[in-house]
Design a protein around this ligand. Structure first.
Ligand code: GDP
Ligand code: IMO
Ligand code: MG
Length: 422
């Protein structure tokens, strides 16, 4: 029986998961999303075209693969229809390649409104969510009030929907939040008809059957480990399990069925929304990372906060995920930098630690940096590890030595082709 390989972001999201899943897909027969929803924005570039996927697995462009939206995902029918019809219009027909778990939860129009209402109620301590209704949908799932994809096949669906909507309306009323859901609701019901045209399945059976048949499966994570609801920088996190264990609960595969765990990180760090970011740069270097790396949210267009690579956080993520191979992205962004810094420890109120803290409230974190000489050449021209300048190889090998995990893939540009496998 084959195992499921998992690909995960090790930072605060946007590490380049979409690109790498697309690059790795030829080695797999099945690609499955296991958590998150349209808060994700996974970018892929090939043949001069750029695509951003939100709920659909990034294996969709390699043809002839089974793509699965697993039970751990939350799905917004409106955004799903938008995404799927845009892909169909560009010649990528999904109907035969995509199946959706009946146990995935639906994002209702009122979930989006609740997301906005909760953020407004938090005032200056808001999370800075993507506004897609992610938190309220997962809250309903855990509190056993959710509406699932399989419910749309029930003759009682209208009743199930109205019960949930009324609950939401009561909450919105108690928050004194003004809203108008009519237009969104009309679109939502139209989009459900589109959703019904897909294969809605018990995906845990499908995936385990495929594994038994010897098919190889790649599980595609969304967000990043530091946004995990348990292990991230709580409460500035998303509402799902973004860690490797999330692939088990989000697809219905047993822990002993997990094979390789690919951990993706950028050669620096970014974060969107609120929350702690110890190595954040507020100076010209931070602005350079943003400008050269085009660090603007794929979903919301918001500026991403930028900073140096943080090995304390990276090692923490590798530990909770059980990463077996590292994948380093976007080193090319720092091609012209004279010096590059990496945080190797935190100084917290005069005490040094290399552990990721429980909370940073009221604590000043000063990263302890190790400095590297820049490589000062265009990495995008390199196609083999041996082609890289020595200064860059020193950077890579330092990360391997510190983490104890090999860096197996290095990405030096957004295109499929700009990928070096060691
Ligand atoms: P994801 O959410 O993890 O899939 O990542 P995003 O798509 O949100 O953000 C990654 C961005 O970096 C996208 O715009 C990619 O096209 C781009 N990208 C990916 N890998 C590289 C790389 O190695 N170098 C550069 N310069 N850009 C990259
Ligand atoms: P991908 O898959 C980066 C962030 C939001 C916010 C927090 C909670 O493209 O890496 P949510 O809407 O999930 O309730 O927002 O999480 N966030 C992301 N940041 N990349 C993402 O996805 C993200 N998905 C959510 O900015 O801080
Ligand atoms: Mg993204």
């Amino acid at each position: 029986m084959k195992k499921v390989d998992v690909i995960l972001g090790l930072q605060w999201g946007d590490e380049g998961k979409g690109k790498v899943v697309d690059v790795l897909t030829p080695n797999y027969q099945v690609v499955a999303r296991f958590q998150g929803g349209p808060n994700a924005g996974h970018t892929l570039e090939f043949n001069g075209e750029k695509y951003v996927l939100r709920s659909i697995p990034s294996g969709i462009f390699q043809g002839g693969k089974v793509n699965v939206i697993g039970n751990g995902v939350v799905l917004d029918p409106i955004l799903f229809r938008e995404e799927a019809t845009a892909l169909a219009a560009s010649g990528h027909d999904l109907s035969k390649q995509l199946c959706i778990s009946k146990k995935a939860h639906l994002i209702l129009p009122t979930h989006r409104i609740l997301d906005a209402a909760y953020e407004a109620a938090k005032g200056s301590s808001k999370i800075g969510t993507t506004g897609k209704g992610i938190g309220p949908t997962y809250t309903d799932k855990i509190s056993r009030n959710g509406v699932r994809v399989g419910d749309i096949l029930s003759p009682d669906f209208q009743t199930i929907y109205l019960r949930a909507k009324h609950r939401h309306e009561n909450i919105l009323h108690s928050l004194g939040y003004d809203y108008d859901v009519a237009e969104l609701e009309t679109q939502w019901f139209e989009a459900l008809d589109y959703l019904r045209s897909f294969r809605l399945i018990d995906s845990e059976y499908e995936i385990n059957r495929l594994l038994l048949e010897g098919k190889s499966v790649l599980a595609e994570g969304a967000q990043g480990t530091l946004l995990d609801v348990d292990f991230g920088s709580y409460p500035f996190v998303t509402s799902s399990s973004t860690v490797c264990a999330g692939a088990c609960t989000g697809l219905g595969v047993a822990p002993n069925r997990i094979g390789e765990v690919f951990g993706i990180f950028k050669a620096y760090c970014t974060r969107v929304g609120s929350g702690p970011f110890p190595t954040e740069l507020f100076d010209e270097t931070g602005a350079e990372l943003r400008r050269i790396g085009h660090e603007f949210g794929a979903v919301t267009g918001r500026e991403r906060r930028c900073g140096w690579l943080d090995l304390v956080a990276l090692k923490y993520a590798i530990m909770v995920d059980g990463v077996t191979q590292l994948i380093m992205m976007k080193s090319d962004v720092m091609n012209d930098f004279d010096t590059i810094k990496v945080a190797v420890a935190y100084d917290m109120n005069g005490r040094q630690t290399d552990e990721f803290p429980y909370s940073v409230d009221g604590v000043e974190i000063n990263p302890v940096y190790r400095e590297f000489q820049g490589w000062k050449c265009d990495l995008r021209d390199c196609r083999r590890y041996e082609d890289f300048p020595e200064a860059f190889r020193r950077y890579v090998e330092f990360i391997e030595q510190e983490t104890g995990v090999p860096v197996k893939i290095i990405s030096v540009g957004p295109d499929r082709e700009e990928t070096i496998v060691r």
